[in-house]
Design a binder for this molecule. Structure first.
Ligand SMILES: Cc1cc2nc3c(=O)[nH]c(=O)nc-3n(C[C@H](O)[C@H](O)[C@H](O)COP(=O)(O)OP(=O)(O)OC[C@H]3O[C@@H](n4cnc5c(N)ncnc54)[C@H](O)[C@@H]3O)c2cc1C
Length: 474
């Protein structure tokens, strides 16, 4: 039985063109794009930092979907600008632009600053510790949001709203038809005092023990070049399940792979930069079969405890970690995928892994098509697939765009949840929301040709010249 909340007047905090809920990489890109397109823009974030999974979640590895198999750049715009700014600050390797680099390992603290600088320069008003609690509805149209703050509840009215909360909180509450996928979650942690060179030397002595063909890493030779030539340490996620150091210990009863509600504690992706003596550990899994606060809280606490269990093992058994210690645990559990929208268009695995280029008339960006170990052991094709605008437009509810890759309309869900494509989606959602507010139209009726022109003006890559010609944009 529910309890009826008393009706009351809520103070109006602000009235803006575009309201963005959630300040992860998608929401930050959305807010920057909206403001750059001339919209008064407000971003509300429930935590005290920007970046979401990438920073509060410590997932400091931006999957390298920027290049096709031949190494030709296919993603520009805000996503590329974020990388360039990180490189300029020393927060990422300057040598990332190679197809051999599976992920652009970044300094999560510097990423926070990059996002702050971009948002401030664009003129976005950012509210931290502000939870978008409910959409403000008129009929089936979203008109803004009710937010919770230290001063209580307020209303924010907006011409158009972008939901970048990761789990599509606003879309869910607005009554959009939703999809659900039982996903997984991890709480990353960072170890300091690590001798990364010693870890590399260990694999140099025993290259046959390096896990092959996992998480976009072909094998030891590539791992070695990334470390020696590019200063990037990238040990594949899931690699521990094929690494003798872990598997021997499991067989000897010295390490439990599954512990309580957590499983695959040997997953152990490792991400580091030579310029630092720290490494991010990507390990503990929790099965996300609900977003109920009780279950989420138990998972969040148990994953924190497991960080020390895994770190102790690293110290005892993993070369280079003898003096290592935990310097930081993520302050937010990272949910890979759970709830998403049923959108006007659904992007499928068939599109993303097509052996031929995939085009959509309403494209808002593109990504390299994935050829998982087809023919020559490559992970990508030479061509791209378009990301259609329609994946962000929910069915049945108006005036709302969803920007997080894990919650846009894809089959399977989370198909384009990597950070690079999250920023592609975010930029498009923000620019579209700005146009909607300025033109007094809804996302469903927006002229996508005008959106594409705005995106081109914001340096988004919609394809080579002949493709732009076909789209009437050349
Ligand atoms: C464990 C893990 C490992 C991953 N590994 C990789 C990888 O190696 N490479 C890669 O490219 N991608 C990886 N991903 C995927 C990628 O990191 C995420 O999909 C991406 O960062 C999500 O960005 P986002 O902005 O869409 O959402 P989020 O990062 O989830 O951001 C959502 C933001 O909204 C805020 N928020 C939530 N609800 C509300 C609300 N109601 N009101 C206000 N604010 C709210 C949150 O605090 C957060 O800041 C991984 C993801 C996880 C979880």
């Amino acid at each position: 039985m529910g309890i009826r909340e008393p009706e009351r007047e809520i103070d109006l905090l602000a009235e803006v063109d575009v309201l963005v809920a959630g300040g992860g990489v998608a929401g930050s890109a959305a807010a920057v794009a909206a403001a750059r397109a001339g919209a008064t823009t407000m971003l509300v974030e429930r935590e005290g930092v920007l970046g979401g999974v990438a920073t509060a979640g410590l997932m400091a590895n931006i999957g390298n979907h920027f290049l096709d198999r031949r190494g030709r750049p296919v993603i520009h715009g805000i996503a590329r600008e974020v990388i360039d700014r990180l490189v300029a600050r020393g927060g990422a390797s300057a040598h990332w632009a190679s197809r051999e680099v599976p992920g652009i390992v970044v300094d999560s603290e510097q990423l926070k600053i990059v996002l702050i600088e971009m948002l401030q320069a664009a003129g976005v008003t950012v509210l931290t510790h502000t939870l978008a609690a409910r959409p403000l509805m008129q009929g089936n149209a979203v008109q803004g949001a009710f937010v919770e703050t230290k001063m209580g509840r307020y209303a924010i009215k907006a011409g158009a709203v972008v939901d970048a909360t990761g789990e599509a909180d606003l879309a869910y509450q607005a009554g959009c038809p939703m999809r659900w996928t039982d996903g997984s979650a991890s709480l990353e942690f960072k170890m300091g005092g690590v001798n990364l060179e010693a870890l590399y030397q260990h694999f140099r002595r025993h290259p046959e023990t390096f896990p092959v063909g996992m998480d976009m890493v072909k094998g030891f030779a590539e791992f070695e070049r990334n470390w020696v030539e590019r200063g990037i340490l990238f040990f594949p996620h899931g690699g521990g399940s094929k690494w003798d150091v872990f598997q021997r210990a499991i067989a000897q009863g010295e390490f439990e792979k599954n512990k309580g509600i957590l499983w695959d504690l040997d997953a152990t992706g490792l991400y580091g930069l030579r310029a630092q003596d720290t490494v991010i550990v990507n390990s503990n899994f929790w099965k996300v079969d609900t977003l109920h606060p009780l279950a989420l809280s138990v998972a969040e606490l148990e994953t924190q405890k497991s960080c020390y269990y895994v770190a102790d093992f690293f110290r005892r058994r993993v070369p280079g970690f003898e003096q290592a210690y935990i310097v930081q645990m993520a302050t937010a559990l990272g949910i890979r995928v759970s709830r998403g929208i049923d959108g006007a268009v659904t992007l499928t695995a068939g599109h993303a892994s097509s052996p031929h280029p995939v085009y959509f008339g309403d494209t808002i960006g593109r990504a390299p098509a994935r050829a998982r170990f087809v023919e020559t052991g490559e992970f990508f094709y030479d061509h791209t697939f378009d990301i259609p605008y329609g994946v962000m437009v929910p069915k049945e509810v108006e005036n709302l765009l969803v920007a997080s890759g894990k919650s846009v309309s894809t089959e399977p869900q989370g198909l384009i949840r990597g950070m690079s494509t999250c920023m592609v989606l975010g930029q498009a959602a923000g620019a579209a929301a700005a146009l909607c507010a300025q033109q007094g139209v809804t996302p469903r009726t927006l002229d996508t040709h005008a959106l594409q022109q705005t995106l081109l003006g914001q340096q988004v890559d919609l394809g080579p010249q002949e493709r732009l010609g076909a789209l009437g944009l050349a």
